[in-house]
Design a protein around this ligand. Structure first.
Ligand SMILES: Cc1ncc(COP(=O)(O)O)c(C=O)c1O
Length: 285
């Protein structure tokens, strides 16, 4: 596999990063995961915008001139003959300073590598997955801005470990006020009486790109859409639920904490959103 590391493409087994890199030492950096669809990077502008926001929030300064992202992604796609895949862009603050102070650390480490799309069963895609409401709370944005796709995923890892223990597909975190936040790598939506609900960004969630697109598509379709503050009971009382993420797109939720949602199978509104999303992807390339 060819990967990009600091200005050059190398074979993955030749890609070496220093043990003094702050990404390794402290999780000091950010990342983006985007989808390659028919050999093209999907929603590249939105991913680059989030990448820049993440860097700005951490005062992580990219080299000048900035990498020509689009060209690099095309080269990565060509070298690895990618048709449908994910690509992860990782930017760490680089080597420098063994304590928290990053002053003077001005040479970020940039890595880009491809990975396969998540392998889900037909049953998971069509009938839905189970999620567990975990005890680990989503860290509040006053502690670490949740809009930053930070390299430090310990909060999510702890939540995922709980979910695995509960034999759930994923863990749904509440925020510190006890309101619904998000899963470890996806945003959540639920449907009640044909209205679509999702936690607002103020609930301390990552502004997911798939979430943003779903909101736009549903609104354009004339669906009633509400972003707000919701309790676990709102979700447990929902007719349908689904998760959104760049890798799997729209994934129905059938069970929450082993409680079956009303429409245990993929619900009607979820199906509509899935179709809208898939046709939007096809048109975007
Ligand atoms: C915590 C979290 N929430 C939501 C998402 C979904 O974001 P996107 O739709 O941009 O993939 C992710 C993606 O990795 C995530 O890590």
């Amino acid at each position: 596999m060819w990967v990009y590391l600091n200005n050059q493409f190398v074979e993955d087994d030749q890609a070496k990063v220093s043990i003094f890199d702050r990404g390794f030492l402290f999780g000091d950096g950010i990342f983006e995961t985007l989808r390659i669809y028919k050999g093209q990077p999907l929603f590249l502008d939105r991913h680059l915008q989030r990448l820049h926001h993440s860097c700005e929030a951490l005062a992580l300064i990219l080299s000048t001139p900035e990498p020509a992202w689009e060209m690099l992604l095309h080269e990565l796609v060509e070298r690895n003959h990618l048709e449908h895949a994910l690509v992860r862009i990782t930017i760490s603050r680089g080597v420098g300073g063994l304590g928290p102070d990053p002053t003077g650390c001005l040479a970020p480490t940039i890595v880009i590598f491809p990975r396969p799309l998540p392998q889900l069963t037909k049953d998971q895609r069509e009938q839905g997955v189970s999620i567990a409401i975990v005890n680990t709370r989503r860290q509040p944005s006053c502690a670490l801005p949740t809009q930053v796709k930070s390299l430090n995923y310990l909060n999510n890892i702890l939540a995922k470990q709980e979910a695995v223990k509960a034999q759930a597909f994923d863990g749904l975190m509440l925020n510190t006020d006890g309101h619904l936040a998000e899963c470890t790598t996806s945003n959540i939506f639920f449907v009640k009486d044909q209205c679509l609900y999702t936690p607002s960004l103020q609930c301390g969630i990552l502004p997911g790109i798939t979430r943003e697109i779903v909101l736009e598509l549903a609104t354009a379709k004339g669906m009633v859409v509400q972003e707000g503050t919701y309790e676990p009971k709102d979700l447990l009382d929902a007719d349908e639920g689904f998760l959104t993420n760049t890798g799997f797109g729209i994934l129905p939720v059938s069970k929450i904490d082993s409680r079956q949602l009303k429409s245990a199978k993929q619900g009607t509104e979820t199906q509509i959103i899935q179709l809208l999303y898939e046709s939007h992807i096809a048109k975007s390339c």
